[in-house]
Every structure is written in structure tokens, then in C-alpha cells.
Design a protein around this ligand. Structure first.
Ligand code: AMP
Length: 113
């Protein structure tokens, strides 16, 4: 499988504003932000989409959730943020390497569009 955009960012082949990194994941600022704070939290393992995750990814998926907590606390947006995963092209997924959108800094409506 050829490298995804996000794998190239992890490997520093493509520049990005990396705001967090640990052994299993990293977070960058979205290049086309939809809120004053718009981060993408990305596992280093290139899982195609959430629905392609397997039982062996359980610890990684939990790790991502805890990383969301750490990142949002560090950025002082932990009081209000929106977490979104687009799974599949019809749901708006454009990069097929699992990523969590963390959005903050404005009010969010419900249901989402
Ligand atoms: P999705 O549409 O859910 O797959 O999200 C992909 C996100 O990646 C979009 O919000 C894009 O704006 C963002 N994106 C695409 N290329 C880059 C890049 N080079 N650096 C940062 N974010 C990017």
C-alpha cells in the first residue's frame, strides 16, 4: 500500500503544524480549519477508516481517546470541543487514514450537517 498523506506527514516528507506527538499518534492543525481550533489526531498506524479497525486495535483506539483529553486540556479547550470522525466518502472522508477531528473555539449546532 502506498503511503497516505498522513504517513508522509509523520515521516516529515510533507510539512505540517504538529501540535502533539507520542509513540502511537500525532496531532496537526487542519490546513482548512472549520473552527478557530481544528486539529486532526492521527494514529501512526495507517488504519483506512474507523470501520476497518480490528480487535487488535482496541488499545490504540483507547489511546486516541485519552490523547484527546490530554491535548484538549493542554490547549485549554477541554470545556467545549467537538470530536468527529468521517467514515467513508459519503460521510465526508477524504483522506483514507483514520483521523479524529477536534474542533473548538466556536458554538456548534446539532444535528451536524
Ligand atoms: P476528512 O475529510 O474527514 O478525511 O478530513 C481530512 C482533513 O485533512 C480535511 O479537513 C483537510 O482539510 C485536511 N488536510 C488535507 N491535507 C492536509 C494537510 N496537508 N495538512 C493538514 N490538514 C490537511
Amino acid at each position: 500500500m502506498s503511503d497516505t498523506l498522513f504517513t508522509k506527514i509523520i515521516n516529515r516528507q510533507i510539512p505540517a503544524d504538529i501540535v502533539y506527538e507520542d509513540e502511537h499518534c500525532f496531532a496537526i492543525r487542519d490546513i482548512n480549519p472549520q473552527a478557530p481550533v481544528h486539529l486532526l489526531l492521527i494514529p501512526k498506524k495507517p488504519i483506512d477508516r474507523l470501520s476497518a479497525a480490528e480487535a487488535g486495535d482496541q488499545a490504540l483506539l483507547g489511546h486516541l481517546m485519552l490523547a484527546v483529553g490530554k491535548i484538549t486540556r493542554d490547549l485549554k479547550i477541554d470545556n467545549a470541543f467537538r470530536l468527529a470522525i468521517n467514515n467513508g466518502a459519503d460521510a465526508g472522508q477524504s483522506v483514507f487514514h483514520l483521523h479524529l477531528h477536534i474542533l473548538a473555539g466556536r458554538a456548534f449546532s446539532w444535528p451536524p450537517g
